[in-house]
Design a binder for this molecule. Structure first.
Ligand code: WQD
Length: 337
């Protein structure tokens, strides 16, 4: 079974390639390396012993996408990670996000709808819920008006897939709405490689711990939560990667109940920013230098998943604790510095 992983050299993509290979799939990675490095291929190969086929090109070039699918006519599935994902950047440069996150999606679906049978896994996000009215968040929670062009591309992307699957009889799809992916592969061969100053909490914490950053700024401690800081659902990237393989297998085995399904992929447990800091201090055995500053624009107070649908229908459940995920992130940070 040949599976294409777009963005397969990225953080979640590379961990998913490993899990696909572990299950015996033949993997073709497409990545333009705009937010990743070809060195990640060595890490994947070091773990699985199999070097995935890799093609470097920009999926925004429609003719290259068409040519790729002609050359790989035996593709049975696509897991689509390739997209821009920085919330703040999307506000500054919306057209970059609409082009990269939507045009590319359309070009890939145009190729898949020609096939008699194909499975498509879409990298979506809990961002589509905005600040949910009820917690934990179920898949039937209302989709709120997007707070950023990034979030809007995930909402629009899901609608594009839903509408396409209605008419493309051979195409079935699943959107996985991620919560907060963190950590690194236990082998130490792959992990998160943020370019520049990390926007996300955990890589900023580990870079502060290693001395690459002076101090972590905690964006507000005056929220209506147990300790005043925001709550998120931090999921180990390997647990998240495994969810992709299980979702793809569901489609290939034709176990899906609709031609388009969505699943929340989280641990079901919310942790505050201060609890994440405490987790780091526990696993690293050292204090973290941080200060409380003003709130960050666009942050929701709390978001954590109701995982019943993924547990019951998908047959997937996160296995790692916050401490375990944090420890893997810290081991990785020490390895790459
Ligand atoms: C988590 C918490 C911050 C950095 C995620 C993904 C993003 C997008 C939306 C992915 C928040 C606080 C952070 C820092 C801090 N979608 N924080 N100091 O905002 O939940 O966004 O979902 O598909 O890519 O990252 O994650 O890690 O940015 O923030 O205090 O230096 O940590 O305020 O409460 P977020 P995050």
């Amino acid at each position: 079974m040949k599976i294409v992983v777009t963005g397969g050299l990225g953080f979640i993509g590379s961990h998913t390639v490993v899990e696909l290979q572990n299950k015996g799939f033949e993997v073709v990675i497409v990545d333009n390396c705009s937010n990743s490095s070809e060195k990640v291929l060595e890490g994947i190969t070091a773990i699985t012993g199999t070097s995935p086929t890799f093609e470097k090109f920009d999926l925004r070039e429609k003719t290259k996408v068409q040519d790729f699918f002609k050359r790989h006519a035996d593709i049975t599935g696509v897991i689509h990670f390739a997209a821009s994902k920085a919330v703040g950047e999307s506000v500054q440069n919306p057209l970059l996000y609409y082009e990269n996150n939507l045009n590319v999606l359309i070009y890939i679906l145009q190729e898949l709808q020609k096939k008699t049978k194909a499975g498509f896994i879409f990298s979506s996000s809990c961002t589509v819920y905005g600040q949910a009215d009820d917690l934990p968040i179920t898949e039937s929670a209302p989709i709120k008006p997007a707070e950023s062009p990034y979030g809007n591309t995930k909402q629009i992307g899901e609608e594009i897939i839903r509408d396409t699957c209605k008419v493309a009889k051979g195409l079935d799809a699943i959107a996985l709405r991620y919560f907060n992916p963190i950590g690194a592969h236990p082998s130490g061969h792959i992990g998160e490689l943020p370019i520049g100053v990390p926007q996300n909490l955990v890589p900023f914490i580990t870079q502060t711990g290693i001395g690459k950053r002076e101090q972590l700024s905690v964006f507000g401690d005056d929220y209506p939560t147990k300790d005043g800081t925001c709550i998120r659902d931090y999921i180990h990237v390997v647990d998240l990667a495994k969810a992709h393989v299980i979702a793809l297998q569901r489609l290939l085995d034709e176990k899906n109940e609709q031609n388009f399904e969505v699943f929340n992929i989280g641990t079901g447990t919310g942790s505050t920013v201060l609890e994440v800091i405490q987790s780091f201090e526990k696993v690293a055995g050292q204090p973290l230098n941080y200060k409380i500053v003003d709130r960050r624009e666009g942050d929701v107070i709390a978001a954590y998943a109701d995982t019943q649908k993924a547990n019951n229908d998908l047959g997937w459940k996160a296995e790692s604790t916050l401490d375990h995920a944090m420890d893997s992130a810290w081991q990785w940070e020490q390895k790459i510095n």
